[in-house]
Ligand binder design. Structure first.
Ligand SMILES: [Zn+2]
Length: 247
């Protein structure tokens, strides 16, 4: 399987969001996000990567944020790799009466504090960067070893342009806009976004340009177009789920 950068692979069987495997220290693997659900395809892709590159266990599941298209498959992924530590931003966790952190029905192993721009070192070559805004617990992960930044939904990557999530899809858009400049201060030149295309070069420059652009006011025609697109997307997903359930 061809890596997208040294020690980083995109798992193409994933559905819902981009899912990546990244080599961390001691030849171990981390998985970034899970998508809606885990299929046999994803598990065999991970097995293939481990075999071809002589890598050990999956020891981390790195959650960029709590939206369902990113964590829907978390329980199943953890079932396959029970030794993996689940990493989530504090504000995306729910705490029970014993102060145990959860995301959905999954117990969180490492809770990352959520102050804007705070860097939490997870391993020698892997850092989490807190970027509240899209959700209040959003994290980017930076692999120094590979020179890749995993952005989650902080960036949407179209074929020839970077874009921001729509304002109403962010929990706090003012903080979100700020988070772009903060990310530009830490990012690497290669970026692996939560949706769309991998950015192979000039990410820092392009991100800085995007961060400097003011939000445009949406005109009613554009708003109508976007809402229609979202409805069509939901209908399509529902139809696919029905078909999958039938077989
Ligand atoms: Zn999201």
């Amino acid at each position: 399987m061809r890596p997208i950068a040294s020690g980083v692979w995109q798992l193409h069987s994933a559905r819902g969001c981009n899912v990546y495997a990244v080599e961390i220290d001691n030849c171990e693997l981390a998985i970034v996000d899970c998508g809606f659900r885990i299929s046999d395809g994803i598990i065999s892709e991970v097995a293939e990567i481990r075999a071809e590159n002589r890598l050990g266990d999956v020891t981390y599941i790195l959650v960029t944020h709590r939206h369902r298209d990113h964590v829907g498959g978390l329980r199943d992924l953890h079932h396959y790799f029970p030794q993996a530590r689940i990493v989530v931003g504090r504000e995306d966790c729910v705490f029970d009466e014993d102060n145990v952190a959860w995301v959905g029905e999954n117990q969180v192993t490492i809770v990352v504090p959520g102050e804007m721009g705070l860097v939490t070192r997870l391993t020698t070559s892997l850092r989490a960067l807190s970027l509240p805004g899209h959700t209040m617990g959003s994290l980017a992960y930076i692999s120094e070893k590979s020179g890749v930044t995993f952005t989650g939904d902080t960036i949407i990557s179209h074929k020839n342009a970077l874009a921001r999530p729509l304002k109403f899809l962010n929990e706090n858009d003012t903080l979100y806009i700020k988070s772009l400049s903060v990310l530009a201060g830490f990012a690497t030149d290669v970026a692996a976004p939560g949706h769309g295309y991998v950015i192979q070069n000039s990410f820092i420059k392009r991100l800085s340009e995007l961060a400097a652009q003011p939000r445009k006011r949406m005109n009613p025609v554009e708003a109508y177009r976007i809402i229609r697109g979202l409805i069509a997307f939901v209908k399509l997903r529902r139809r696919r789920n029905v078909q999958e359930a039938d077989y």
